[in-house]
Design a protein around this ligand. Sequence first.
Ligand code: G3P
Length: 217
Amino acid sequence: MKFFVDTADVADIRELNDLGMVDGVTTNPSLILKSGRDILEVTKEICDIVSGPVSAEVVALKADEMIAEGRKLAKIAPNIAVKVPLTWDGLKTCKVLSGEGHMVNVTLCFSANQALLAAKAGATFISPFIGRLDDINLDGLDLIADIRTIYDNYGFETQILAASIRTANHVAQCAMIGADVMTAPPSVIKGLASHVLTDKGLDQFMKDWAKTGQKIL
Ligand code: G3P
């Protein structure tokens, strides 16, 4: 499973990228706001760090304007994936931009039928939001499994990009189900290294090592 990092924080991206943990980046208007940076400038900087797909989201709501925004975003770098919302106009935009050879990430997906439409419109990625379904007492992981089944049934090549990932369990379950990609904030990716028994075991090793009175260096 590929790891995308869901942030526009360049320092976090650089740190995770140096460790080989970044196969791509996803941003959205909320993350651009959080970064306090200009969208074109920060997206270019991210594309210079990461060689994989970098999602940059359009903000228009009508297809014509979305297409124009998408073309402008795609000019930032060859690894831009234009992100469009899962609306009828977003699907029209997806069809046009993917036909022009651009990568397109269709976002804000909350149902299997929406994912089916995105695949038929030629999406490179479909982004189902797991955490936001869990927030309303539905099961986001069930949606990932349903989309996996549907795409496999018909050989759709659209990649399932599990988004709105909040927990380590989301990550492991997405990998078990066979999501192609997951995108998560840097804190969630770093948190995957933590385990209470690792901490406990290390604490005991340190105590016993101190008792030996030895040094390695
Ligand atoms: O990738 C989508 C993500 O940015 C949304 O996450 O936690 O705001 O639902 P969240």
